[in-house]
Design a binder for this molecule. Sequence first.
Ligand code: AMP
Length: 121
Amino acid sequence: MKYNENNIFAKILRKEIPCDLIYEDEFVLSFHDINPQKKIHALIIPKGKYVDLDDFSLNASSEEMVGLIKGINIVAKKLGISTEVGKGYRALTNINEDGGQEVPHLHFHLFGGEKVGKMVV
Ligand code: AMP
């Protein structure tokens, strides 16, 4: 799949539409999901233009990879759901049509704030 500059997360990154911001740095942006599936449902996206995790794995720099992985922990800490405070959460990314991906800009969902239950239904 080719990157589409008009996807909703690209617009959020360009500040063309607002988001409920949690965290931002050089590599990532994180905000609350507009349609939360759990008590806490955050999204974290790389600032680079990657369609999905496969695209990211193949084409992102090592710095971008570290930035995203570290960003997940930073966001979890900010939300009070990290293991450092004895909590936990689920980090999940959907990949392409079979994976149920709707927005074609790589994003991790972070679900928490409660017991999130079975992984796949
Ligand atoms: P996926 O199905 O993995 O592509 O997930 C896309 C997610 O983006 C869904 O959970 C949507 O609720 C969420 N979403 C769509 N538009 C927005 C938006 N403007 N702000 C925050 N989350 C959004």
